[in-house]
Design a protein around this ligand. Structure first.
Ligand code: ATP
Ligand code: MG
Length: 341
């Protein structure tokens, strides 16, 4: 479906590394990704796979040093963000790109009231006077479902419950009318009912404003209910990308198959029936050679440790980085034979 739409954001062979005392952490290591207008793109993967670093790279908020975008490009509406001056980036971040993090307490200013914080952002981004900024703040808080919004303008962040604080964060993100919202684990800290309400709210706002959303989570259940397309990340690479239904019905990459096997099923009687992927995510300073997943992969072949699989489109819009697909394994064997002669 999304294939016919225009990409609003394009990551091209993105590499973001961290130069630490222990070595170079290859956190994002060759990511290609497109985000279309009005879609929710889910980004999933185990902890440490590079999801947040990808998001921070898009916003150009990687702490430098130790971090650096070392290769590749990020195109936002066709414009390169990698070489954009900081002053232009700041305007873009304020007006078109917005982010919601997991813990709103760290993103909200504890000593300013909610009303002051949102109105300030609106004054700054929309150039409204105090009176109009306050009216717009109330409207935004109502939009995200804060009851008695006008009365709560004078409250501080700690006076809101977790779910309400997350709604305030979304209101703050929306104060700049973003075209692209990056939500990094936006509901992980919330209980299940509130989580569903906040996710539902994001869907409504997407429909209303035709906003694109990158929804980052390690919870594949959240993705199933909310994303149009899904990108699966492993050790700094996207290993599979497709519309949400094929990802769940016919996952191709052994890692995606493992992740899906790891979701608790409503029908499973005992918790010990859960399948987990053996092993842990590799050290990104010296990741495994070839396919980074091969040491944990149940379908690994000897060649998997020798050659990095290409990212290939196996059916329209369904991409996989695995030697099991396409002709890459045969090609590699032919090349190897030729070298031995
Ligand atoms: N400032 C930093 N300095 C050094 N390494 C970093 C820094 N920030 C992130 N990393 C490394 O980059 C890798 C990817 O981290 P990232 O935070 O993107 O993972 P994630 O997929 O968001 O995980 P989670 O699900 O736990 O949020 C990790 O190995 C992490 O240790
Ligand atoms: Mg993260």
């Amino acid at each position: 479906m999304s294939e016919k739409k225009k990409p609003i954001l394009e990551l091209q062979d993105l590499h973001t590394y961290f130069y630490t005392e222990d070595g170079v952490v290859k956190a994002v290591d060759g990511v290609d990704l497109q985000v279309y207008e009005g879609e929710v793109l889910g980004l999933v993967g185990e902890s440490g796979s590079g999801k947040t670093v990808t998001a921070m790279s898009i916003l150009k908020l990687i702490p430098q040093p130790p971090g650096k975008i070392v290769k590749g490009d990020i195109l936002y509406k066709g414009q390169s963000l990698v070489n954009m001056p900081e002053s232009e980036l700041r305007t873009l971040r304020g007006n078109q790109l917005a982010v919601v993090f997991q813990d709103p307490m760290t993103s909200l200013n504890p000593v300013l009231t909610i009303g002051e914080q949102i109105a300030e952002a609106i004054r700054l981004h929309q150039g409204l006077n105090d009176h109009d900024a306050q009216l717009t703040t109330i409207k935004l808080l109502e939009l995200v479902g804060i009851p008695d919004a006008a009365k709560r303008l004078g409250d501080y962040p700690w006076q809101f419950s977790g779910g309400m604080r997350q709604r305030v964060m979304i209101a703050l993100a929306l104060s700049c009318n973003p075209d692209l919202l990056i939500a990094d684990e936006p509901t992980t800290a919330l209980d299940v009912t509130i989580q569903a309400q906040v996710l539902d709210l994001m869907q409504q706002l997407r429909d209303k404003f035709n906003m694109s959303i990158i929804l980052i989570t390690h919870d594949i259940g959240v993705i199933a209910g909310n994303a149009d397309r899904v990108a699966v990340m492993y050790a700094g690479n996207i290993v599979e990308l497709a519309d949400v239904i094929p990802i769940f019905k016919e996952p191709k990459h052994p890692y995606t198959q493992g992740l899906l096997g790891a979701i608790p099923s409503i029908n499973s009687k005992r918790s010990d029936e859960l399948v987990t992927i053996p092993g842990t995510i590799p050290n990104l300073i010296s990741p495994p050679s070839g396919c980074r997943f091969h040491p944990r992969c149940s379908k690994a072949m000897p060649e998997c440790s020798e050659v990095r699989p290409d990212y290939i489109e196996i059916t329209p819009g369904h991409y996989v980085r695995c030697l099991l697909y396409g002709t890459q394994l045969e090609n590699y064997k032919i090349e190897k034979k030729a070298e031995l002669k």
